[in-house]
Design a protein around this ligand. Structure first.
Ligand code: SF4
Ligand code: SF4
Length: 464
């Protein structure tokens, strides 16, 4: 739906109700998958450089437009045209913007009798073909000045700018009064992205985009499986990558559509206990929990992370055993029978990270360690840690993913905060707070798991 803008969005799980506006009017549409390819908004950096737009000081977009229409460049062409470009001197440089600047420089050079200058800090040449093009233009005579320390100073002279700078190589003061000064741009997703972000409750953690910067979300995935983010919607502004994103989105939709509906074991709400507080709706990182006369999880969207079950103040939510998610309290009771003669450590481990490190750390866990593998560290509540102590644990560890790499976005942060609360309780009753330990452990960090167990053993030993 090109040239169509989102003006509102509601719904949970597979239900995505979107208000749309286009040249032909407004409409409300319901989708059960949504691929959003937000258009880019370009904001010239005049203010960042203390410059004012004029006939000779222009944005990259303006230069592109003049090149297209053949409009004069604000100088008499009886002499050689001097064109200066500011590329990432302030506020970073998107590869997509640098590519456009190189295109414009090439077009100017092709038009003949033009000397181009580029003032920059860190060139972003990692994108495909950029390094080669940068070298080619340098060989064709474009001068690149790269600054580490203080950059050039700009002064207005009528509609033109005077640039004073210390040549980083020659270390001499130079002054340039170019015929045109071209200012680079910040690229931003449109404000409408915020409306769609409201459909993903965890989105404040990665605003303004729809995808967290995390390896847990491959390609165009977002925490809400039915919403796929293409290009600028996920913070990628390079048009060269759009095609790959669109292909990834189509594949993701096909994959979603081929998945069997109503997988067993989503979060189940007991309507007799539910107080309709909406805590679960606000906290479900995946937008799977909604409210329609009562709280309910969409079976196709629920990732079985268990965060809602821990946070529900009425203990009204459970994950059925068919989901593969066992009741934590029951597991603690059962494992309590495994008590060894010495001090015992109960370790709640996220199955995506610390749980995998366990397999490498010890082929068979030591006798004094009782691991409980969970879908997400965010599933562990204060009551579970206390219950482990009540069942005879001498120390309790909660180990999840590193922040920014949690598949439930903030599950690991919730786990850290709850463990901190337990440590505060231990302090209040005169027990060493280090006996409750939260630690992030990646799947490839078995040594960190061993060290964490040793730290707990020391805390237990110091107390006894
Ligand atoms: S958190 Fe619990 S009580 Fe609140 S709406 Fe959800 S199920 Fe109901
Ligand atoms: S288990 Fe996780 S994904 Fe499912 S409804 Fe609860 S919080 Fe959302």
């Amino acid at each position: 739906m090109p040239d169509t803008f989102v003006t509102g969005a509601q719904g949970f799980g597979r239900v995505i109700d979107v208000d749309l506006r286009s040249a032909s009017g407004s409409a409300k549409e319901r989708f059960d998958r949504l691929i959003y390819a937000a258009p880019v908004e370009a904001a010239p950096k005049f203010r960042d450089y203390g410059l004012t737009e004029s006939a000779n000081i222009m944005s990259l977009t303006e230069l592109e437009s003049r090149l297209k229409t053949g409009e004069p460049m604000g100088a008499e062409r009886s002499h050689r045209l001097h064109a200066a470009f500011l590329c990432g001197l302030e506020g970073g440089l998107e590869p997509a913007v640098f590519r456009r600047a190189l295109d414009a420089i090439e077009a100017l050079q092709d038009s003949g009798n033009v000397q181009c200058y580029v003032f920059t800090r860190h060139l972003k040449v990692a994108a495909s073909g950029l390094e080669r093009r940068y070298r080619e233009l340098r060989e064709r005579g474009t001068l690149f000045f790269k600054f580490d320390g203080p950059g050039p100073v700009f002064e207005a002279n009528g509609a033109r700018a005077i640039i004073t700078f210390n040549d980083p190589l020659l270390e001499i003061e130079l002054e340039l009064q170019p015929d045109i000064l071209v200012v680079d741009e910040h690229l931003k997703p449109p404000a409408s992205l915020g409306l769609l972000a409201e459909l993903i409750p965890s989105s404040p953690a990665f605003a303004p985009f729809l995808q967290p910067e995390s390896t847990r979300f491959c390609g165009v995935e977002t925490p809400r499986p039915q919403i796929l983010a293409v290009g600028p919607s996920r913070g990628v502004f390079d048009p060269e990558l759009m095609e790959a994103d669109v292909e990834a989105a189509v594949l993701a939709v096909k994959k979603l559509s081929s998945q069997k509906a109503n997988l067993p074991g989503p979060a189940l709400v007991d309507p007799n206990k539910c107080a309709m507080c909406l805590t679960c709706v606000r906290l479900c990182p995946h937008g799977a929990m909604g409210f329609h006369k009562r709280a309910e999880a969409d079976p196709d969207s629920c990732m079985r992370c268990g965060i809602c079950a821990v946070e529900c103040p009425m203990a009204a939510i459970s994950l059925s055993p068919q989901s593969g998610r066992r009741d934590i309290s029951q597991t603690i009771s059962e494992t309590a029978n495994l008590t060894t003669s010495g001090p015992r450590i109960v370790a709640f481990l996220c199955s995506r990270s610390a749980g995998q490190a366990l397999d490498v750390a010890w082929p068979t866990p030591p006798d004094n360690l009782t691991p409980i593998i969970l879908p997400c560290a965010g599933t562990v509540g204060v009551e579970h840690v206390l219950s482990a102590f009540q069942h005879g644990a001498s120390g309790v560890m909660v180990a999840g993913c590193f922040k920014g790499n949690c598949a439930s976005v903030y599950g690991t942060s919730l786990a850290e905060e709850r463990t901190r609360q337990v440590s505060a309780m231990l302090t209040e009753i005169g027990v060493n707070p280090s006996k409750a330990l939260f630690t992030p452990i990646a799947a490839n960090m078995p040594w960190a798991l061993r060290e964490a167990v040793q730290a707990l053993e020391r805390a237990i030993g110091a107390e006894s």
